[in-house]
Design a protein around this ligand. Sequence first.
Ligand code: SF4
Length: 385
Amino acid sequence: MRHEEDAFQKTERSLLKYKYLWSKSLMDWYAVHGRDLPWRRTRNPYAIWLSEVLLQQTRVDQGLSYYLRFLDHFPTIQELAKADIQDVLRLWQGLGYYRRAHHLHSAAKLVVEMGGGLPQSPAEWLQLPGVGPYTAAAIASIALDYPVPVVDGNVIRVLSRAFGAEAPYDTAEGLRWIRQTAQELLYTARPGDYNQALMDMGATVCTPQKPACDTCFWQKKCVAFNQDRVGELPKRSKSTKVVPLTLDYLVLFHRGRVLLFPRRDQGIWAGLYEFLPQPWAGAWDESAWDQHWGSEHPSETLSHRLVTLSHALSHRSLTLNLNCIRLNRNLHLDGGVWVTLQDLERYPLPQPFLQFLKQIDFNHGRTQQSHAHRQPRQGPRSQNP
Ligand code: SF4
């Protein structure tokens, strides 16, 4: 405990010494180099909330088009609250971390049920589903001028390097240092601009790889730069474990349509559509198929082909085994919906499924370029749902 106090007191002395210089330099830099983004031209808390949720774990250039489309479809919280969740998920498609969309929609409904007034303080924002300390602080400081600092990955990196954090930021001591440092340095006259300036600096100058130290306004004072510790900071005590996960599906085609089902579980891709989860474990098995549907669709009458996709999420490495089957007759299954290629956009799908279906000839259940390969295909790295 004594050690913790000493560590912060030591930093505090240098923070107080540099507080004015830091905030002035940062705000001057922001005035010239800050990014001109549409959510920075408004004080509408709903629009700012939307931008903050959309941009979590998402690059600004990617989030921008989603933000504009969302505001176009749901210009007010009332419009969002009365929307069907499937419409919300459809707009969200491709952005990943779909739980954010569910939370945003639930929060909008809650606010409207309570009378439609948006929260007026960070503590009130924290009551809404999906709003954590970072989002509450960002909205309250930007839209309401609350003097609260934001702490996200960018802020952790910038402060750790600029002022030399000693403890790993994923420990209680490290987090305490970050929070206190962020609070101490906050420019309370313009907290929203200050927070955005800090996040911009982390996104464009003090980046995770190859930070632009040679053009950085803080280079002369930067602890990490002057102690040659830029690559070492911020420190982390443990690395994220990537867990492998295999999902087996039956991808059924009939007369130019594919059979999709809404995914009900709360885990990855909750609320999106998927193929029929294979009701037996392991590889394609004709006798298992016959046990389920052999009376109407004997396995020897089917054309079967396996396509294996790999898809990387931030903490999951997915192997997707897609057993593509062309049926000669219809198959009625509860909850299933037969969809044509033209209608696909009405159904929110996980990105690897959508990309896969776009290459498929729905009449034959085969890729359009080649009817022969059975090779694993490397999917794009995306974010968690
Ligand atoms: S000098 Fe380099 S490490 Fe230090 S704050 Fe600037 S960009 Fe980051």
